[in-house]
Design a protein around this ligand. Structure first.
Ligand code: NDP
Length: 473
């Protein structure tokens, strides 16, 4: 019997179709060959070599970052010299071998947090929100309780910290076991990815699923766009309730660790302040995040799941991790200047995201920078042939460059890193990574929108010729 995805679900997916429009494998899953991707040797590189290479190397990067920050005075150079003494690979293997990934404290922290986060997500109420219509015509439906979950989590963390302090303990036990936590999370994320891989092929939640025909690529990229387990959206959990919530918790834990070690040092607190404002903005806008590339394009595979479960804690929180052992006393004027510049960057990024949201929510009937919004009414087709329309904003920040909002995102990352000043490159690892990610994303998004909107996207590119930096790029 062919298994069909569920027809509709409140707080789930509104299915636009019950029958996959392209080939159906024996298990009823839509078979989606990467028809527009590279073939031959380029296809091997794209679908097999690069995913394997990334899956093998990037987990080591998060361990190298941790090891450099905590054992090598925040210096990659010292780290490489130390690892090379034993031969780089065996030096690295030695670090992994020292971890006890079944350490009860480590497993307790991870599983305890996951249970807490899932319980909050399920129990806390929130208004209904919809994601963008998928190529198969499904509309994901969410409970918009991200801000509520964030506030309750931070309040619970404050209460837990007070309780632990009163009993002679500290949440900085997380810092003390952080290497083991990253290693354990890596194993944990593989377990989740294997389950998601099988689920996407055998028990998909919607018709936006299927195999590319390449096992490696399927594992790396995922087999489902919007998997749900017991009604919980997997990407909401991995991206928002885990990655984006663990990051602020780590930033706070590392700041407390710095205080325990050195007393008050302004550099880590300036960085903490900017990051906390950024997280608060993120959760305030979470339903907007459900309409971004991470959610509407990336499937729930290794890239997204490992990225959110391990890379966000390991890399994104690395600025604060670095500052724990490399305190810098900035003084009030410099601290204020950096904080102010960072806050302006957050505001510009937020307003740019909001302009896009407002123009679509009001069907173009809104003011942008004091004038009626200029839009292109772009038509596109769903896979089953139905025609839909979206608005492309051509004024405001979206008239300066097609991804101008990435500029303040990068400036902000720079401002929360620069309190570490210029002694080591390590403190800028996140900025460098984010620059590569966002520049690559401008190409990805142009390709995605070009395929979706065709001549309408070309018109937008004619009217707004720059990808990111007006006049330059
Ligand atoms: P974007 O906000 O850039 O959204 C891209 C989508 O918006 C496009 O695919 C298209 O989707 C739609 N769109 C494109 N141009 C227009 C336009 N002119 N008018 C209206 N809609 C348009 O998504 P991102 O996910 O890249 O970024 C979202 C936020 O997340 C940003 O603030 C960014 O800085 C931040 N970010 C942070 C990262 C981090 O690691 N710190 C990484 C990536 C992003 P459609 O199909 O709906 O038309």
């Amino acid at each position: 019997m062919k298994r069909q995805p569920p027809k509709s679900a409140e707080n789930g997916i509104r299915n636009g179709t019950t029958t996959p429009s392209n080939g159906v494998m024996s298990n009823g899953v839509a078979k989606q060959q990467p028809t527009t991707g590279p073939t031959g040797f380029a296809g091997f590189l794209h679908y097999t070599f690069v995913p394997v290479f990334l899956m093998v190397t990037v987990p080591n990067l998060s361990i190298i970052i941790w090891y450099s920050a905590t054992e090598c005075d925040g210096s990659f150079l010292v780290c490489f010299q130390r690892l090379s003494q034993r031969g780089f690979v065996s030096g690295l293997w030695g670090i992994w071998a020292d971890f006890n990934i079944v350490n009860p404290t480590v497993c307790g922290i991870i599983l305890g947090y996951c249970a807490f986060a899932v319980a909050l997500h399920v129990l806390l109420p929130g208004p209904r929100a919809e994601g963008p219509v998928t190529p198969k015509g499904n509309i994901p439906v969410y409970k918009d309780n991200g801000f509520f979950c964030y506030v309750v989590t931070m309040a619970a963390f404050a209460a837990l910290t007070c309780f632990l302090k009163q009993n002679g303990m500290s949440p900085t036990v997380v810092y003390d076991h952080f290497g083991e936590i990253l290693a354990c999370l890596t194993v944990f994320s593989h377990v989740i990815c294997v389950m998601l891989y099988i689920k996407g092929l055998k028990f998909p939640s919607t018709s936006d699923c299927g195999s590319s025909g390449n096992v490696v690529f399927d594992y790396y990229w995922g087999t489902e766009l919007y998997p749900r387990v017991f009604g919980v959206d997997v990407k909401v959990f991995t991206n928002c309730r885990f990655g984006m919530t663990v990051w602020p918790l780590l930033v706070l834990i590392f700041a407390i660790k710095s205080y325990e070690l050195h007393g008050f040092v302004d550099s880590i607190w300036v960085s903490t302040l900017l990051q906390m404002i950024y997280f608060t903005k993120f959760f305030w806008w979470e339903s907007g995040y459900m309409r971004t590339i991470d959610i509407m394009l990336d499937r729930a595979g290794f890239m997204i799941c490992w990225g959110c479960l391990v890379f966000i804690p390991g890399l994104y929180a690395s600025v604060s991790l670095y500052l724990v052992n490399q305190p810098v006393r900035l003084g009030l004027p410099l601290s204020l200047f950096i904080a102010l510049a960072g806050i302006v960057s957050i505001a510009v990024n937020y307003i740019a995201d909001k302009q896009k949201q407002d123009v679509r929510a009001s069907d173009g009937q809104c003011q942008i920078w004091g004038r009626k919004a200029e839009v292109i009414r772009a038509k596109y087709h769903l896979e089953r042939g139905e025609t839909r329309e979206s608005l492309l904003l051509v004024s405001g920040y979206w008239g300066l460059a097609r991804h101008f909002h990435y500029v303040p995102e990068l400036m902000l990352a720079f401002f929360w890193s620069v309190p570490g000043l210029f002694q080591n490159l390590m403190v800028y690892t996140y900025v460098i990574f984010l620059t590569i990610l966002l520049v690559h994303r401008t190409f990805r998004d142009d390709r995605k929108c070009g395929q979706k909107y065709g001549e309408y996207w070309q018109e937008y590119c004619r009217r707004v010729p720059y990808k990111m930096v007006p006049g330059l790029f």
